[in-house]
Design a protein around this ligand. Structure first.
Ligand code: NAD
Length: 495
């Protein structure tokens, strides 16, 4: 029997705090306003939460700033142990977190369990990294000074997260911020705040001191983020979301010369060469396209397949896709859930319809699913025009457009023909080709013979309009520290 059956949804929802976490209290919005969260599989309202005002946002920043100095002085061991306790508690509550994510975001429960595992690894990883934030020591070349560099917490941070990975996108920021000794205001996505609310309560339960993490969910993102970003006390913004919103925030950040980390949109090419292992390529394609219902910044957006194997790949891929089961993610048999809201489903449908008008052929899928939820059928398109809109935009749905290429040079050119540069995938059995092609791909991440490569131990980040900075890896903590150089007059200088 699955663990999921043991979770009583009503009892779980009753456990999730519905207020704003400011300091040590969950409280109502200053104007008493609320907003609702719905289940995309049914369209039903599942929760009503306090909707933060600008005044609440500043109250959250006040609470954070009040404890920054004291928090920065805690030992890294103490911060490490809080993270480790949180890791253990999240593991204990894993089925609750998974159920919450399926309820508010729609992903199949098995994938939600996978996200708990993946997301929680950031807590374990940064509990380990917390005690390993090193500076360096050296001497100036002239021998005049000893050089000492130290890493200090960057200071109060605003963390803004998207709806597609409600737990992992929060832990990927909160974990390193705690490790580095920063205080935070977290603003979760309007569509999926419940996971963050429960995560914040779990952090308090793990012994995180009040004020270090404050959570302001709400209906209006800019009403929350603008006043915080205009406040001189803020030092950093870490944002994961779409490129247009990232661009707006970067402009705003420029006014205060804020440190920024930007994890933005993608348009991942999935390149299959004629010498690829097709079994691996089909398996990789399923992961890179169908994980999270295609609603991932790393989702394969364009399948570039060598013309000699394109037909066989398309048929085998479509056959696998036909085996998927569309439905409510809480059902253990379901492998593809609904899209997050009706707008998302309609925009996927419009992209497919337009591609078909431009000459694409539907191998499987190609229409919305049945029921009250925001379902779209897993879809494979072939004969897609090389200039089709569906190849230029992030599809963010379970739709795989396939195009063909003839030469390696053409594949690289097509792959780089986008303003984005987050994830890319490359399938070939020729390792010299792997190095040759990866050198020329303008992407921050490359999956070689693998369709899913995200890992807490690896640096995740994009180039071009996919962003700047890295999350995870040994690099992730640096985003939350600032370097101070101390030049010490060398007592032996000139002797
Ligand atoms: P979004 O940009 O609409 O929203 C992201 C967050 O920003 C949400 O919390 C939202 O409330 C907030 N927001 C929206 N407008 C804002 C404003 N004017 N000021 C301040 N905050 C604002 O993105 P989304 O639809 O939630 O997420 C999908 C996007 O996120 C996709 O483009 C996807 O590629 C990207 N994404 C990137 C990564 C990555 O690591 N690079 C990971 C996941 C998602």
């Amino acid at each position: 029997m699955s663990d999921a059956k043991k979770i009583n949804v009503e009892e779980l929802l009753a456990k999730v705090p519905t207020g704003l976490l400011i300091g040590d209290t969950w409280r109502d919005a200053s104007d008493g306003e609320t907003f609702t969260v719905e289940n995309p599989a049914t369209g039903e309202t599942i929760a009503t939460l306090a909707s933060a005002t600008s005044e609440d946002a500043i109250a959250a920043l006040d609470a954070a700033c009040a404890v920054q100095a004291e928090w920065a002085r805690t030992s890294s061991r103490e911060r490490s142990e809080i993270l480790r306790r949180a890791f253990d508690l999240i593991n204990e509550r894993a089925e609750e977190f998974a159920t919450l994510m399926t309820l508010e975001m729609g992903k199949p429960i098995a994938e939600a369990r996978g996200e708990v595992k993946y997301g929680n690894e950031f807590m374990r990883w940064f509990s380990e990294e917390a005690v390993r934030s090193y500076g360096r020591h050296g001497q100036t070349p002239e021998g005049s000074h000893r050089m000492l560099t130290v890493r200090k917490p960057v200071g109060p941070c605003l963390l803004i997260t998207p709806w597609n990975f409600p737990l992992a996108m929060a832990t990927r920021k909160v974990g390193p911020a705690i490790a580095a000794g920063c205080v935070m205001v977290l603003k979760p996505a309007r569509l999926t705040p419940l996971t963050s609310q429960y995560f914040a309560q779990t952090m308090l339960d793990a012994g995180l001191p009040a004020g270090v993490l404050n959570v302001v969910s709400g209906a209006s993102a800019s009403a929350i983020s603008n006043p915080i970003m205009e406040d001189d006390r803020l030092r950093k913004v870490s944002f994961t979301g779409s490129t247009p919103v990232g661009q707006q925030l970067l402009k705003k950040a420029a006014d205060k010369v804020l440190r920024t980390s930007m994890e933005l949109g993608g348009n991942a090419p999935f390149i299959i060469f004629e010498d690829a292992d097709l079994d691996l390529a089909v398996e990789g394609a399923m992961g890179a396209k169908m994980r999270n219902i295609g609603e991932a910044c790393t989702a394969a957006n364009r399948f570039l397949v060598h013309e000699s194997i394109a037909e066989e790949f398309a048929q085998r891929f479509a056959a696998k896709i036909k085996e998927l089961t569309l439905g409510n993610g809480l059902d253990e048999d379901v492998t593809v859930g609904p899209l997050v809201e009706s707008k998302a489903r309609d925009s996927v449908a419009a992209l497919v319809d337009e591609a078909v008008k431009e000459g694409a052929t539907v191998l499987t899928g190609g229409a919305a699913g049945e029921g009250a939820g925001y379902f779209y059928q897993p879809t494979v398109l072939v004969d897609v025009a090389h200039n089709a809109q569906i190849l230029k935009e992030e599809i963010f749905g379970p739709v795989a457009p396939i195009i063909t290429f003839t030469t390696e040079e053409e594949a690289i050119k097509l792959a780089n023909d986008t303003e984005f540069g987050l994830a890319s995938y490359l399938f070939t059995e020729d390792y010299s080709r792997m190095f040759r092609v990866s050198d020329q791909l303008e992407y921050g991440l490359l999956g070689f013979n693998s369709g899913v490569i995200s890992n807490a131990a690896a640096p995740f980040g994009g180039v071009k309009q996919s962003g700047m900075g890295h999350e995870g890896g040994i690099e992730g903590i640096d985003e939350y520290t600032q370097l101070q150089y101390i030049g010490i007059r060398d007592p032996y200088a000139g002797r």
